[in-house]
Design a protein around this ligand. Structure first.
Ligand SMILES: Cc1cc2nc3c(=O)[nH]c(=O)nc-3n(C[C@H](O)[C@H](O)[C@H](O)COP(=O)(O)OP(=O)(O)OC[C@H]3O[C@@H](n4cnc5c(N)ncnc54)[C@H](O)[C@@H]3O)c2cc1C
Length: 517
């Protein structure tokens, strides 16, 4: 049974592993096509200690059920006797986040956590209202249609939006899903105690171990292989893939099952340096195939809802990874927040125009990182606004300018020269990373197995799965599991999505926070 997987991100790799583990497909019958030179998609690892690393930040929770079920099978990169799952939970149990200074004001002072996160009774009722409204009534609607302006000034909203990524103009449906899924995190939003992260960068923690498990089983990886089109057999009312067109490398015609990643949050990513801002990219190769499939039909969703360049202001982030051989920044942050390096979680600069958040990684963040080198990371939630010290849009700034903006906001001016001299700040422009939050309607994302499909499954972030929340590897793993189970009718069904609103303990804890003093 020849299985072809388009996309070598977490979703594509998970699909290959699940085909082998759950459906008994032989590894040598599976091929993964990845347009980029490197596997990993959104879980990229670029640069070096000399040029500065470029990597994404890390937010997970314990209820990634499909993901951790799969990763229990996969040996970790650090110790082949320990699974990726066990390594992940052992690390988080040993070194949980304990964010002691999460919000910093314009004077460089920690803003103390407030009772009820500053929420009023009205905010509580508005939260309950949206949580209890069925999705059918939220179609195409925005979060800010359901709350007062005051709500968006509360500590709750600042913490929520900087951890989860939502903006007031984003999807009420996705907000409802996040709320019902993460109610259990309410008591710990400030210290981030139950928010989990990988022991080292996601590429090495998840992507490399998965690839290392798949390779000896005979799975073929074709990198630099862009699938420009997919052909269907001429059958009325049925969708049967019988051809894959690979740019420059010809055509594949033996297709028993095709699993296609429709789009990527890392689409059109561009990387800068200390002296250069990231050059905007366009071309949308990772969404081109989805556009092609959706052309002239209604059952393959609507890519423009997510990938219209005119909407990038509501989906863009600029992230920055700082590789440093000095300790000045980290020492200052430790003194300011009281959190030991690597344990603090996000620190949000409340009054920054870009709404900056930074986090100091546990050391080492990259396996093989030289001794004496540290890595920290940050991002701007509003990168198209002007900075407060650097009067430019964040996506037009060099790494040096972003570093200066952060240091000045924190009032570490006296350490500025030493910090800049020992640091390489690599900015990364991600115009579509937050597009999973854009307002949507039923049908904007296609089904995992479109109506009438006999051997085609769609996987990744832009496919509809009931209840599940996007911007998570869990979403991609679940779509892969679901597609394989539906098409091949082999192996177990995916585990149900965890819903905190049906978990009495989680509900009670959340109510205690929201109604407490
Ligand atoms: C900065 C950042 C931070 C993130 N942090 C987290 C986090 O902390 N926790 C979390 O759970 N999730 C996080 N995510 C989301 C995470 O990246 C995704 O959940 C996950 O990686 C998605 O996997 P995927 O395989 O579905 O898509 P992607 O990782 O986007 O991979 C899709 C791949 O398909 C390839 N492709 C697309 N079309 C074609 C084609 N026609 N031919 C060949 N190849 C093609 C693309 O090049 C891409 O490599 C983050 C994402 C980013 C970008």
């Amino acid at each position: 049974m020849k299985a072809h997987i388009v996309g070598g991100g977490f979703g594509g790799l998970a699909a290959a592993a699940l085909l082998i583990r759950n459906a008994g497909v032989f590894g040598q019958d599976i091929t993964i096509y990845e347009a980029d030179k490197q596997l990993g998609g959104g879980f990229f690892l670029g640069g070096s200690p000399q040029s500065g690393y470029n990597l994404p930040g890390s937010v997970f929770d314990k209820e990634f059920r499909c993901t951790f079920d799969l990763l229990a099978t996969i040996p970790s990169a650090s110790d082949p006797k320990v699974s990726v799952k066990d390594e992940f939970f052992a690390f988080n149990d040993r070194d949980p986040f304990n964010d002691r200074g999460h919000i910093i004001d314009r004077n460089g002072q920690v803003v103390p956590h407030r009772p009820r996160f500053g929420l009023t009774s009205r905010d509580f009722f508005d939260l309950a209202h949206i949580g209890l409204t069925p999705e059918a009534f939220l179609e195409g609607r925005r979060i800010d249609e359901f709350f007062s302006q005051q709500f968006f000034l509360t500590e709750f909203w600042l913490l929520w939006s900087t951890i989860m990524g939502s903006l007031p103009q984003h999807s009420a449906i996705e907000f409802r899903r996040y709320m019902n899924r993460f109610l259990y995190l309410f008591p710990d939003l400030s210290d981030m105690k139950h928010i989990l992260r990988t022991p080292y960068c996601q590429h090495q923690a998840f992507i490399e171990p998965l690839a290392a498990w798949l390779r000896p089983r005979g799975v073929q990886f074709l990198t630099g292989a862009f699938i420009k089109d997919i052909g269907f057999a001429p059958q009325p009312d049925r969708i049967t893939v019988d051809r894959l067109d690979i740019e420059r490398e010809g055509v594949v015609t033996s297709v028993a099952v095709g699993l296609v990643t429709t789009g990527s949050q890392a689409a059109d990513l561009s990387v800068g340096s200390m002296t250069e801002a990231p050059k905007p990219q366009s071309g949308g190769r990772s969404v081109a195939l989805w556009r092609r499939l959706a052309q002239g039909r209604t059952d393959f969703g609507n890519p423009d809802v997510y990938f219209d360049p005119a909407k990038a202001a509501d989906s863009r982030w600029v992230t920055f990874t700082v590789t440093t051989t000095g300790t000045e920044f980290i020492d200052q942050m430790t003194a300011l927040t009281g959190s030991a390096p690597g344990t603090g979680g996000l620190v949000t600069l409340r009054d920054s125009g870009w709404v900056l958040s930074v986090t100091i990684f546990y050391n080492p963040e990259v396996i093989g990182q030289p001794q004496g080198t540290n890595v920290w990371w940050g991002y701007g939630l509003y990168p198209e606004r002007k900075g407060d010290f650097i009067p430019k849009r964040m996506d037009e700034c060099t790494g040096a300018e972003i570093l200066e903006e952060v240091v000045r906001h924190l009032r570490f001016d006296r350490q500025m020269d030493a910090i800049v001299a020992s640091s390489i700040c690599v900015p990364c422009n991600l115009p579509y990373v937050n597009n999973i939050w854009l307002p949507r309607r039923q049908g904007d994302r296609p089904s995992v197995v479109p109506e009438g499909a006999t051997n085609l499954g769609l996987i990744g972030q832009y496919v509809e799965v009931a209840q599940e929340i996007a911007f998570t590897i869990e979403y991609s793993a679940r779509t892969a599991w679901d597609a394989i189970h539906t098409l091949l009718k082999r192996g177990p069904e995916p585990p149900p999505v965890y819903q905190a609103d049906y978990d009495p303990k989680a509900l009670l804890n959340a109510l205690e926070v929201l109604l407490g003093q």
